[in-house]
Design a binder for this molecule. Structure first.
Ligand code: HAM
Length: 508
């Protein structure tokens, strides 16, 4: 059994090691290239974001926000300390106002209230300064002061859509030519039960289109880009599922329509079969009936098959939008499956939703999810803005590629410099420098090795060639290059060596 080391990666997190990281890099490089050809620019947002951002956008009732976020109060030292009576109330309020300006005290709703209370206490305090109830006024003032939070609740990002929308608003991107097309890649955090393809720190590659219109061609081109990327990295067995989940329209003649009308109909139908459903689905009838459609429980499947379908409830606009998304996908030669059960687990979606699965992943087979979220930017305090995007689970993507035999080979070396004798070392260093500058991967042993030992190590490292530099070679300028695969050897000048290696690498 492996020796249990004292420190191990935290449950649900893992180290990514060579040679696997070479595959991660290839995937990311391809994403940079493909997304750039579609006119997207890269955005990097901080991992730490205000908790409220996710609660508002993803939805406070969703699994991600209610159970899975890594959240903590990023509290700073209280300066001045409200219990320090040597600081007068006037000075205290000045300090608080200064801290608001510098951002040390965040302008949350509860802090706004706290500050208003503080100011009215200060007025009271001033008004009664001459009276002998100063102590009571002091205490009330101190109490109001202690309710101001010097810090805020922050969370490790569980996804990036909300952060990208925040950045769009914060940087006035609505003033740029619309739509703004952005992509990102990086770690996300969700406290889920770890299993194959499901981690607590995982990586996403995503893209968002913000602003402009909601033309169905935008939805279709985004999906086309995604499928182009998957084809480029040769992901096997991809399947694209699409759906439209309508929009939350206001009631017409007191009656819910579109998605709300559907949710009503679904709830009624679910109530009728409640007894046959598991505990989770029973609970969801109340909290979020759409999520019942996500159920993977075997015995619920025949029941779900009989439930009402969203397509029969979409309003005319949503129906037309969905029909046109499909036509636009056809125009682009993108194959898809319509899946009326695809509702997605985050609250911000409307109209187009989609998911891509791939082979070799077992139960966690969704390699990408996305959809339209018009209204999210507005919900976060920005102008009315259309939005659509996706995120690929990079860990799952890599797993699927590896299962399909597309794993990276261990990194070999082009050249192992076997130098012997002190007088050859300077030449060996120069040779390594020249070869590396020309783009070859070179191993230069730090201490002299015997010939046999050097060759043994070269072959262990998977080197293709050994450059043998003894005193004779250095004196004559004729270096010996050994090809390890067949043992052949030849003498080459420094210049000829470079040419030879270039030709050899072009052949392989
Ligand atoms: P999501 O469906 O929550 O959507 O996540 C997208 C993808 O991230 C999933 O399909 C899966 O491949 C991967 N993923 C999620 N959780 C884990 C996990 N614990 N371990 C490994 N992989 C995971 C979103 O995050 C949306 N922000 C996507 C989006 C962008 N919608 C519009 N724009």
């Amino acid at each position: 059994m492996a020796n249990k080391s004292k420190f191990q990666a935290i449950r649900g997190t893992r180290d990514l090691l060579p040679p696997d990281t070479a595959l991660w890099n290839r995937v990311e490089q391809t994403a940079h290239e493909v997304f750039t050809t579609f006119g997207y620019g890269e955005i990097r947002t901080p991992i730490l974001q205000p908790t409220e951002l996710f609660a508002r956008s993803i939805g406070a009732e969703t699994d991600v926000v209610s159970k899975e976020m890594y959240t903590f109060l990023d509290e700073m030292q209280r300066v001045p300390d409200p219990t320090d009576f040597s600081v007068s109330p006037v000075d205290y309020v000045d300090a608080v106002q200064e801290a608001i300006k510098t951002g040390e005290i965040p302008l949350t709703a509860s802090n706004m209230n706290g500050i208003a209370r503080l100011k009215s206490q200060l007025e009271l305090f001033n008004a009664r300064a001459g009276e002998n109830i100063v102590e009571e006024a002091q205490l009330k003032f101190r109490l109001a002061a202690s309710q101001i939070r010097f810090g805020e609740s922050v969370s490790l990002s569980p996804e990036a859509t909300a952060s990208v929308c925040r950045a769009y608003i914060e940087h006035n991107m609505q003033q740029l030519p619309q739509p703004v097309k952005l992509y990102y890649m990086g770690p996300m955090f969700r406290r889920e039960r770890p299993q194959k393809g499901r981690y607590r720190q995982f990586y996403q590659i995503g893209a968002e289109i913000l602003g402009g219109s909601d033309a169905p061609a935008i939805d279709a081109e985004l999906i086309e880009m995604l499928m182009t990327f998957f084809a480029k990295i040769e992901l096997q067995g991809t399947r694209l599922d699409i759906n439209s989940i309508g929009h939350s329209a206001p009631p017409v003649d007191g009656k819910n329509i579109c998605r709300r009308g559907y949710v009503d109909a679904l709830r009624v139908a679910l109530e009728k079969v409640k007894d046959k459903l598991g505990a989770d689905s029973q609970r969801r009838i109340e909290t979020n009936p759409l999520r019942v459609l996500d159920s993977k429980l075997e015995h619920e499947q025949p029941i779900i098959a009989t439930l009402p379908r969203i397509a029969d409830h979409l309003c005319d606009d949503c129906k037309a939008h969905y029909a046109d998304v499909k036509r636009q996908l056809d125009l682009r030669g993108v194959g898809y499956h319509e899946n009326w059960r695809l509702v997605r687990g985050l609250d911000y979606y409307m109209r187009t939703t989609f998911e891509i699965t791939a082979t070799g992943l077992g139960s966690q087979n969704a390699v990408c999810g996305g959809g339209r979220y018009d209204g999210l930017v507005e919900l976060l305090g920005g102008p009315p803005t259309k939005g659509i995007g996706f995120a690929i689970g990079e860990d799952r993507l890599i797993l699927s590629l590896q299962e399909g035999g597309k794993g990276a080979a261990p990194q070999g070396r082009d050249v192992y410099v076997a130098w012997m004798g002190d007088k050859t070392y300077a030449t060996a260093i120069r040779a390594a420098k020249t070869l590396r500058n020309a783009g070859f991967s070179v191993e230069l042993p730090p201490v002299e090795q015997k010939f046999g030992k050097a060759l043994e190590r070269a072959s262990k490292l998977g080197a293709r060639h050994a450059l043998i530099l003894g005193e004779d070679e250095v004196a004559s300028g004729q270096w010996t290059l050994k090809t390890l695969a067949d043992g052949s050897q030849q003498k080459l000048t420094e210049q000829a060596l470079l040419e030879y290696l270039h030709t050899a690498s072009a052949r392989s």
